[in-house]
Design a protein around this ligand. Sequence first.
Ligand code: ADP
Length: 660
Amino acid sequence: MKTLLPSFLRRNSWRWMLPVVLVLSVLGIIVWLPWQLRQLETVERQEQLVADTLWVEQSLQFQLLKNEGSMRLLAGEISSGALPLNNQAALGQRLYELQHRVYEFEQVQWWGADGMRLSTNEQISPWSSDAQRVALEARRTTVARFAPPHPALKSESQMLVEFFLPVYDGTTWLGHLVAIYDLNKLLEVTTPWWFAQENQISLYDQHNTLLAQRAALGSGRGIYTHQREVELPGLNLRLHTNSLRAAPSLAPRFLVGSVIVLALGLIFSLWLLWRHVERRLAAESALRAQMAFRTAMENSLVTGMRARDLDGRVTYVNPAFCQIVGYAEHELIGKLPPMPYWAPEAMQDYQDRFAQVLAGTITPQGFETIFQRADGARVPVLVFESPLLDASGKQTGWMGSILDISERKQIEELNRQQQEKLQTSARLATMGELASILAHELNQPLAAISSYATGALNILQQGHLHDLDLLKEALEKARQQAQRAGQIIRSVHEFVKKREPARHPVGVQSLLDTILPLIELQAQRYFVKVQCRIPGDLPLLHADKTMLEQVLLNLTRNAIEAMREAPPERRILVIQAQLLADALPPQISVAVCDYGHGITPEVAERLFSPFFSTKAEGMGMGLNICRTAIEFHGGALEYLPNPEGGAIFRFSLPLATQTG
Ligand code: ADP
């Protein structure tokens, strides 16, 4: 059972049970209350009917008593002789008056002991046997009595009943005063109109024969009924009331109905809410799982992740990022630029990048820069920035992934150093080879000259002057060897001459355009800014482009290396050119200026000497080759101390037109 229910339902079932139980209770009360009210009303109506029926019964009894009283008055007059029985006219008159005073009397009769019958109505029907029996009974007991009811002759629906009042003069029976009641009229008189409006009132005899009925507004509904026995002398009647009222409605039905509908709606909405919560909880747990997955993923990443809002405030960093920069998460979150991991020398670079990021012009390929760890060490990094979008697609900031490329950089640096060493040894090998060839080639003629000269000296010292031919021969041979040595020198010169520059008209700007990317590459490594100040209208030079490129690359490399330790704001490399129109012939001077450590007078003296270098890995041939190359072009290379600190290397070359 436990496994069949979703876990959250098991957990939270009581939370749902409470509102459901409450709603069901309210619903139960709402259904029970009208039903209860209806019950109460039913009882109340029934009680009302009982009371009213009692009232009618009493009214009936009272009416009959009152009528009996009126009859007894007349009987009194007869028995006292005030109304003589022989005065039939007077008696008839009194009977007539009595009948007209009492609405429910159908007929009033005098039935004398002599058998004479005097009636208010001409039609005198013979007494039924029941009536005769009742009359005898009344006479015998001296108590007035009713005879059993019977239908009227003229109409079956009209039920009549006789009331015999025996009249005595002392103990002598004088006769019966008889009143014939019309039971319908009796009911009419004794039932109040308001009661008749709401009820069907009927009179039955003991055999359940309907005697009279009053139903002003139709038959009763049979919902509220009551009956009472009406006991009269000689006659037992049953008064039956049947209310016209319908059972009380579950009033107000509309109200109850709407409350039930609302309650059902409430239960339905609770169910919907429950389902919604169920889905939400499921989504939440899925989200939690995903979050845990993501957190684990972020924590295990070796790539640093950093999120920033649109103002540049750090909003998130992952452990890998903290490890790269050496700062804890709480030291970074909420920080605005400048960041604690920004190296002072790269500050401008960061500002520029940051401006690019904010402007959204950053390239997706990423960019290289350095970060300064908390311990001051520099870490080369590769940064990729991309916009951070929220669920609605609106940008809320920037997400950066940062790769520590120290190892790659180290490998690159090693490669570069190895390459340089190879080049150096290659160059040394070439020079050494050249030197050994020269030495070898010159060694022979020089040794020969030396021996011929020694021979000649010996001849002179020994005074063998007769041997002039021998002396001549020795000197001749020495001359030949000297010529051979000259030949060797010339052939080397020829070899060098073959490598003479291939001169063409070339512009300083186009020269720079070719090598500037290389210079920039070097400069970037040390966060050096390169400034070129080349006037647009500069005339062309007549030079070997490749050699001049080599010269400029050498000079700029020296300048950048000299600024390695310079403060960030002084890391500026300036390349400027200028026309020296007054010189003869007119020349263009090109200067490479730096703000590095500068050159001491001792170093300055030996600057252009071959193999002079103050660098551990330097060969000391750069400046020497540069000077040679410039001199090949008929120009001059010189060093000037920079008045603002640092060094200036300047060379000037004749213009293209002058050299033709
Ligand atoms: P290398 O660069 O191999 O040392 P160079 O002939 O190019 O050989 O330079 C010789 C020396 O001159 C360098 O070792 C350095 O001491 C010095 N030097 C050259 N250029 C500069 C400069 N711009 N600033 C300071 N010193 C320089």
